[in-house]
Design a protein around this ligand. Structure first.
Ligand code: ATP
Ligand code: MG
Length: 251
């Protein structure tokens, strides 16, 4: 297991945001975390990525218990992960090459030739060969997301997190982002955790869906079974997504 969570709770002040979550994630899986707004998805992602300590419970990621680890241990486990942030979050004042090798440079000494080679490999993986000298302002939204994926891949992570990878993208670009997530998962073998409220994207990408509702996991199943789950809290999301797709097809 690459992730083992037991009885995880998290509160902000008096508000209990995650309520006794227990689940495991196997190495190499592509797992989607879905749920309505405010359900606790980003909070869970921050805890799993070692950016936020849980109020209580056990959170073992890459064999390190993040609830109890000291700062050095947290830091070394974070180095084995990559995060694709929601906004893309590129540094606007750095070109594509400098963005991609940013974390790599801070970790270890590399020659310029090594950095160039790694950047070229990662950019090729996301279909953006030869874009090294472009500035973020010269990229489309879809390209920016791809550069963020290349940046996350640069350090060869064992675990990859994506926060809302298709939000703000048009359907065609979202589709190619989904294909990319899947391809990266297959090529690198990195376990992938995708926070999303885009059902169509989840159906294309995930092996498994965890559905968070008011801080509890109310479904944990393969996407096709999830879509048929009769729970009204899930059907609300499923039906909304299907209505949107019909509207797109019509328009
Ligand atoms: N740093 C914080 N301090 C206080 N409350 C917070 C903090 N971060 C999140 N919350 C609260 O915790 C709850 C869950 O938030 P979270 O961002 O995890 O939800 P989410 O599922 O990611 O929602 P969204 O789909 O809107 O991104 C919300 O009620 C939010 O207001
Ligand atoms: Mg969120």
């Amino acid at each position: 297991m690459i992730i083992e969570v037991r009885d995880l709770r998290h509160s902000f002040g008096k508000k209990e945001v995650l309520k006794a979550l227990t689940f495991e994630i196997e190495k190499g899986q592509c797992v989607a975390v879905m749920g309505a707004s405010g359900g606790g998805k980003t909070t869970l992602l921050r805890i799993l990525a070692g950016l936020l300590r849980p109020s209580s419970g056990e959170v073992t990621v890459l064999e390190v218990n993040l609830a109890r680890a000291n700062e050095d241990a947290l830091d070394s486990v974070r180095k084995r992960m990559g995060i694709v942030f929601q906004s893309g979050a590129l540094f606007d004042y750095l070109n594509v090459f400098e963005n991609v090798v940013f974390a790599l440079r801070r970790r270890k000494r590399h020659t310029l030739a090594e950095l160039k080679q790694r950047a070229a490999e990662c950019l090729a993986m996301v279909g953006l060969d030869g874009t090294e000298t472009l500035m973020p302002s010269e990229l489309s939204g879809g390209m920016r997301k791809r550069v963020s994926v290349a940046r996350a891949l640069a350090t060869e992570p064992e675990l990859l997190f994506y926060d809302e990878p298709t939000s703000g993208l048009d359907p065609v670009t979202a589709y190619s982002m989904d294909a990319l997530i899947r391809e990266v998962n297959e090529k690198t073998g990195a376990t992938s955790i995708i926070v999303s409220h885009d059902l169509h994207s989840v159906l294309r990408v995930a092996d498994r869906v965890l559905f968070l509702y008011e801080g509890e996991i109310i479904a944990d199943q393969p996407p096709l079974e999830f879509r048929e789950n009769p729970d009204p809290r899930i059907q609300e999301i499923v039906q909304k997504a299907e209505a949107e797709q019909l509207a797109q097809a019509g328009g």
